[in-house]
Structures are given as structure tokens and as C-alpha cells.
Write a protein that binds this ligand. Structure first.
Ligand code: EPS
Length: 391
């Protein structure tokens, strides 16, 4: 079973990911992992922290001579900023006078709920773990899941379709996402230059006013075979797993599969994807679809179309012009705490979501194909592809 957890705090020494359940014999490319971490750090509207960090994946275990060995993979990503926090956030008791308390909770952040839950007098420890910095560890683990999926020919990429009120209003081709991911300069992660400029204007507006802005990213899984996930049990449905994977990301408040929102207000005749057949088709089987409103999943099972998952991001909850709050100590009304933050993270959240989706798809693929070595997994996978061709 593929499993992963993360540990680490935003200003602690490091973030750690622990990934277990991958077959032995998977080639690991350090450069690819670091490129994925770099992609997560990009985007117009990131804060000062991204100028401090150059995230790199340091693999501690589970990989030898460039390949997985079937043992748990532990990955460490050092926080360069730690040197500025060592005295105020020591593991040992340290000097309490140096502690940097977060004295008033930010509406929208975990500050208040976390302080109440863990019986903390202020929110420093809460934000340290609730911070989206944690998604770095997810991307490290997700980059390995992506390398596994590549062996099966499955690719996962994302793009931004909305920032504030600026929206991309055209269909996107897979090749455009490939080109976008290869870029060495990232603005807002949109494939359309004009829409991206409109998105930039939304970020510029909130930069001027001390506000923040959210948006929508879309993750696409390309070349995924039909038959991953199952309707047999609620928690094994592929859409169940994808929704949880994407919703678990910081600031994601809604998840949509395909045109799920539109479907609620559409007649069945216009939203279901009509079925055809071509004996010599290029897909996994000869079955074809006239459209992909379902986003590649029917009945909790992948149907052979590209999988499409959207994440709706609320605006960052640290505002330069803070909202009303209450002082933890005095209970008097004050403004919410402010410290350095991002104002827009939609492209970065999309990259983190790619990782979460890759892990969810890799989990479903391993459920179906199993295998303790890549040889065994690929034999099962290719046998299944043959079965589909002959169906
Ligand atoms: C983040 C690092 C953090 C924030 C952001 C994400 O760095 P710092 O707090 O040191 O500026 O920029 O965290 C949040 C969005 C949050 O809600 O705390 C990162 O690496 O992505």
C-alpha cells in the first residue's frame, strides 16, 4: 500500500516526507525532484520567503544507486530560513524572551481554532505547522509518485484558470501544459498570455491595497487508462480520493471534477459524454467520447479520458491591511497579526495539487497492478493494457 506522511514546521530546521509502498527498481532523478520543488516556489505574488529558499530534496533512505529498493523513502528539505529562527523556535527550552508570539489570530487562518484545540496561549506553533510551507514535503513525495506514473505513461500537470475575477475562457490542449511546465519564468501559470496579464492585474490591485487574492487551478492527468478506482466501496472511488487529496491542501475550499459545478444546472442530454467506437482508435480501447464533461471519471472509475480536477483557493489569510481580531492575552479588540506572507499562491498550489493527485493516482494504480518490483508492476500493467486492446 502506498502511504505518505510529512513532518516539519515553516521556520523549523527542515521539512520531511516519508513515502512507503513503492516497488523496487524505480529510477529516481534528483534533477526532476528539484525542478518540481522549484516550480512550487514560483509565481507572481509570492512573498519574501521564496527569495530565501532554494528547495532541494535530500533523500535519506529507500533509494540506492539511483533506484528505489522497496524500503520507505525519507526525504529532507532543509529550511534556509532556520538560521533566522533557531533562537526563537528552539527544540530545547531555550530563552522564552526570544519567542516571537503571534498575539492576535488571523481570520481565515488556523490560528484561533488551533490555539483553542492545542491549548496554546498564542498562535505561533499553530501557524508553523498549518503554513503552506508544508506543501514542499508533499511535492518532494509527489515528484517520486510522478516518476512512478511516468513508467506507466501517465503524466500529471496543472495550470491556472482563474485569479480573482480574471478567468481563462478557452479550452486548453495537453501540449500547452507541457510547454507551460517547461518554462523557466513563471508569472501566473496560465497558458494564455492575455488572460495571464488580466490575472497579473488582479494581483497588482491587491498588492496596492494590502489585500490578498485566491483563484482556481486545474490539474490534468494525461494518458490514464480506464479502470483505476472502483465503485465497489465509497472510499475506493477515484473521485473520493482525488477530492480528499486536493481538499487537503492549505487554502483549498472546493474541489471540482470535470464540469461538476456546471453539471448541477445542466440537463443530462448536454452534460453526459456520448460514446462512440473506432476499431483502430489510438486510446486504451476502441471506445471514444465526444466530450469530457465528466473529467475522466464515471462511477468512481477512470474512463480513459484525461482526468480533470480543479481546486478553488481562498485568498491568503495574512493581510497587510489586517481584519478585526482579538488579542489572545487581553481579549481586547485589535487588528489581526501580520507577518511576511504571499498575496497570491494559485500557481504554486496547482503544483502542490499535481503532487497530491499523482500520489492518489499512484495509489490507485498500485491497488490495481500491485507488484514489489517495477518488473512485476509493469508486467501486470502491460497485461491489462493488452486485455483492454482485445476487449
Ligand atoms: C510558504 C512559506 C511561508 C509563506 C507561505 C507559504 O513563508 P513565510 O511564512 O516564512 O513567509 O510564504 O505560508 C502560507 C501561505 C501560510 O499560510 O502560512 C511556502 O513555502 O509555500
Amino acid at each position: 500500500m502506498l502511504r505518505f506522511t510529512t513532518a516539519g514546521e515553516s521556520h523549523g530546521e527542515a521539512l520531511v516526507a516519508n513515502l512507503s509502498g513503492l516497488p523496487a527498481g524505480l529510477g529516481i532523478q534528483q534533477a526532476f525532484m528539484d525542478r518540481e520543488l522549484w516550480r512550487r516556489q514560483q509565481g507572481y505574488g509570492r512573498g519574501g520567503r521564496m527569495r530565501i529558499e532554494t528547495d532541494t530534496a535530500h533523500i535519506l533512505s529507500g533509494v540506492r544507486h539511483g533506484h528505489t529498493i522497496g524500503s520507505p523513502i525519507a526525504i529532507l528539505i532543509a529550511n534556509r530560513d532556520w538560521k533566522n529562527w533557531e533562537e526563537s523556535l528552539p527544540v530545547e527550552p531555550g530563552d522564552p524572551a526570544k519567542h516571537k508570539a503571534v498575539k492576535s489570530p488571523r481570520p481565515g487562518h488556523a490560528d484561533l481554532a488551533g490555539a483553542l484545540k492545542y491549548n496554546l496561549p498564542e498562535a505561533r506553533y499553530v501557524l508553523e505547522r498549518a503554513s503552506a510551507r508544508e506543501s514542499t514535503a508533499r511535492v518532494a513525495a509527489g515528484s517520486i509518485a510522478k516518476l512512478f506514473l511516468r513508467e506507466l505513461g501517465i503524466e500529471v500537470l496543472s495550470h491556472v484558470i482563474q485569479v480573482g475575477n480574471a478567468r481563462l475562457r478557452r479550452a486548453v490542449k495537453w501540449d500547452e501544459l507541457v510547454a507551460l511546465a517547461a518554462k523557466d519564468e513563471v508569472l501566473l501559470g496560465c497558458v494564455d498570455a492575455e488572460s495571464e496579464q488580466a490575472m497579473k492585474a488582479e494581483v497588482d490591485a491587491v498588492l496596492r491595497t494590502g489585500d490578498t487574492v485566491g483563484g482556481i487551478f486545474e490539474v490534468v492527468v494525461h494518458n490514464i487508462p480506464p479502470g483505476l478506482g472502483t465503485y465497489a466501496q465509497w472510499d475506493e472511488r477515484l473521485d473520493t480520493r482525488l477530492a480528499a487529496a486536493v481538499m487537503s491542501l492549505q487554502a483549498v475550499k472546493a474541489v471540482e471534477i470535470g464540469d461538476g459545478v456546471l453539471a448541477a444546472s445542466s440537463p443530462g442530454s448536454s452534460i453526459h459524454d456520448e460514446i462512440g467506437y473506432e476499431r483502430t482508435g489510438s486510446g486504451f480501447s476502441g471506445f471514444t467520447r465526444a466530450s469530457n464533461h465528466a473529467g475522466g471519471i464515471e462511477g468512481g472509475v477512470s474512463n480513459g479520458c484525461d482526468l480533470i480536477v480543479r481546486g478553488y483557493l481562498k485568498p491568503i489569510s495574512t493581510l497587510r491591511r489586517p481584519l478585526a481580531s482579538v488579542d489572545f492575552a487581553t481579549r481586547e479588540p485589535v487588528k489581526a497579526a501580520y507577518e511576511r506572507s504571499d498575496v497570491c499562491v494559485v500557481p504554486a498550489a496547482g503544483v502542490a495539487a499535481e503532487s497530491m493527485v499523482a500520489i492518489a493516482i499512484a495509489t490507485a494504480a498500485l491497488d490495481k497492478f500491485g507488484g514489489d518490483s517495477m518488473l512485476e508492476t509493469l508486467r501486470n500493467f502491460h497485461g491489462y493494457c493488452e486485455q483492454l486492446k482485445n476487449y
